[in-house]
Design a protein around this ligand. Structure first.
Ligand code: SF4
Length: 276
């Protein structure tokens, strides 16, 4: 529970607040951008939510990995929990319930596939109908994958380069070649951020892990050299290989999602490769 006595000083007066346990993961700013904003190394309530923004703010409260968001007013968290998985488009949903272990990483559902794992929460167990595979983009975002795998008897997929993060994974990807794991689900090794980083392409949607996201401030696609743990040169080459694919939407593990027509997406990624 967020503690009002630790509320950060930037919060505007009113019921909603962020406290000093915030780890600046960006989740609330993505889910409720009119309510939450960034102040240095934490979020704060920039505008008290009303109407539709109130629902979005409660979704952020539920998704927050550190329970750093609180409210002194009516608590609609239970109703917000029931909104997850949150549909993004037919067959694809955002799971919420971000985990501190993955620094608030985003996880998704695509049909019966989970992409990266949220924190354990029974509310999700009852709302996910079927889970056959858990695709782990890389070592940092496995969170509670093992518990979801055990509950749903799902197979976990990870690349051998990051296997020590999930050593008992049922499916281990090897080498650099893309692998069609099931019709319409293409795993593409993208070493760079970590040695075993992979992305998953499904129906034009790229689940990009920590390889690629959108830089809101610059208004362009971006990769982050300051959190590249393995090889920036390899990450650049991995980015270049994405130019071979038709991508219309990018759903990252951290940072902002984005959507462009495939030709514009290719141009955007080519420009990013140039900057890298
Ligand atoms: S979701 Fe929670 S931890 Fe993440 S930035 Fe917002 S308040 Fe901070």
């Amino acid at each position: 529970m967020a503690d009002p006595s630790k509320a950060v000083r930037e919060n505007v007066p009113g019921a909603f607040f962020v406290d000093s346990t915030c780890i600046d993961c960006d989740t609330c700013r993505q889910l409720a951008p009119r309510t939450f904003a960034e102040a240095g190394e934490h979020s704060y309530v920039a505008m008290q939510p009303q109407g539709e923004d109130l629902r979005a703010a409660f979704r952020a409260l539920v998704a927050c990995p550190t329970a750093s968001i609180g409210t002194l007013g009516e608590n609609l968290a239970r109703e917000a929990m029931a909104e997850f998985p949150l549909a993004l488009e037919p067959g694809i949903a955002y799971l919420g319930f971000a985990s501190r272990d993955s620094y608030g990483g985003s996880s998704y559902l695509a049909g019966s596939w989970m992409i990266d794992a949220p924190r354990y929460h029974p509310a999700l167990f009852t709302r996910i109908e079927k889970l056959e595979f858990i695709f782990l983009t890389h070592r940092d975002d496995v969170a509670d994958a093992a518990r979801y795998a055990a509950h749903f008897k799902a197979k976990r997929v990870i690349h051998e380069g990051d296997l020590d993060a999930m050593p008992d994974a049922e499916i281990v990807l090897r080498g650099d070649e893309p692998v069609e794991l099931a019709p319409g689900f293409l795993a593409i090794p993208t070493p760079g951020h970590t040695r075993g980083h992979c992305v998953l392409l499904h129906d034009g949607v790229l689940f990009s892990g920590d390889h690629l996201a959108w830089d809101r401030a610059a208004g362009q696609a971006s990769a982050h050299r300051d959190v590249c743990w393995y090889s920036w040169e390899q990450q650049r080459r991995s980015m270049e290989r994405l130019l071979d694919y038709e991508i219309r939407r990018v759903l990252p593990g951290h940072g902002q999602a984005f959507e462009l027509a495939p030709a514009a997406m290719r141009a955007e990624l080519a420009a990013l490769v140039g900057r890298m």
